[in-house]
Design a protein around this ligand. Sequence first.
Ligand code: NOJ
Length: 557
Amino acid sequence: MTDSKWWKESVAYQIYPRSFYDSNGDGIGDLPGILQKLDYLKTLGVDLLWLNPIYASPDADNGYDISDYLAIQPQFGTMADVERMIEEAHRRGMRIIMDLVINHTSDQHPWFVESRKSKDKPYRDFYIWRDGKDGREPNNWQAHFNKSAWTFDEQTNQYYLHTFSPYQPDLNWENPKLRAALYEMIEAWLKKDIDGFRLDAISFISKAPGFPDHPGADDYIFDRKNMIHGPEYHTYLRELYQTVLSKYDIVTVGECLDLTVESTIEMAAPERNELNMPFLFEHISETIKCGKNPQRLKEILTRWQLGLHQKAWSGPAFNNHDSPRVVSTFGNETQYREASAKLFGTLLLTLEGTPFIYQGEEIGMTNVVFSTIADYRDIDTLNTHHALVEEKGVDSVTALATIHATSRDNARTPMQWDDSPHVGFSTVEPWIKVNPNYTTINVQQSIADSNSIFAYYQKLIQLRKTHLSLVYGEYELFLENHPEIYCFARTWDDDRLLVILNCTPRQPVLALPAAIELADSELLISNYPVDLADNLHLRVLRPYEARVYRLHEPVEL
Ligand code: NOJ
């Protein structure tokens, strides 16, 4: 039995507010800017918007270092702007989810300011403080953006733990008072009629008891094993659900790391009462690491599609603000940019799970190649570059090439609305430089072209809205061992759709299994012109060709 839910049938769109649309000419995107673009999003067809953090923040990590959960960063606007945006989104049939960053705060949050003052301050235990060991940090854990996950604080001669930068101290979830304070804050947001949360770095809220060293070396080790999914992880999530989340008709999406199908079910199965879904990440990170490998891509996605079906839900995505753009990494950003962007759109919108489109994906925005490190803004990028050049002695050309390939800023350049000098994003120089390809890649042009990536995404979204088989249908993989072609069906009642994807710039021969009868089938969408008289059973696919058929005769396989 399928448990239908609005959030399973939604198509989500991630907005990175500081790069979306600047309404007041300060070079930074803002809430009134989002409001002005709601009709654009409505035209695209998405109906669930996720906003990256817009709360008060010193901005060490672009808002993921919050100094006041209940205040809005002035550059983004006011609480009244948030309320208007929620109301206007709802009026257009769209829902809004906010980023919930509760593994850590900013070091400027009043809780931490108090906590660091002395060992017996009431807020001391809101964070994780430890004595050093043998004149060094309490253990060898490494943070995401730095060497040690511990920073020494002279005021009290102890170290505090931070999974990310030293400006982002981890909260101590073992403290019930901290949890109660967080629940109160979450409830305050829910009362504003928002429709859910994306829970940042949520895997880290429970760590290994005793904080053991990672074995194997004297120096800091980047190994998340002891830092995530500790013994209280599920208890905390259930408490959060029972205390607050369960009282509202909302959706929760976890940014969870190192998940398997089994651990996802343990957290996202409905009877667990924890979170509704995690994002799916394995296919993004692994397929980038393994080069452009279609076989690996389909092996990973098939494992998730089959493993979670009717057990737990998920949120697939190919792009987000932390990853290079897929059209540049796995796809082809030059000759086949349009075809490959449409191919990844086809895959995203035909998988089980709530699809998350990232701003700019719908017009095929690409990675950026800044010529100097001075143009980069992201803390992670700057730290990586510093470590490469200053510590590892890598030459600056090689270091910059690494940054070009991996930087999170690849996905953070301003949304390309038109071909004016500040890309229609702002009237002044934006906080980060624009991607110089805006003259050929922009919304204005995409909207005017009925064959654009934007038009194709619109059609895909409508397809998903009209075929519940794409939401709830059973998944079946064909041509499992084909090195280039990814082919699968989604079936729900008598609606059976066949997805055919050539994930390469090459031209492989498609030999469909005899049991698939295409003769009477209807071509629902394709990214190349198709001669309907063609016999698709045995034919050469064009570079990054994608097609979706509706098979008329359900077949027994
Ligand atoms: C994950 C977010 O997506 C990323 O942008 C941020 O830097 C870290 N969590 C820390 O909050």
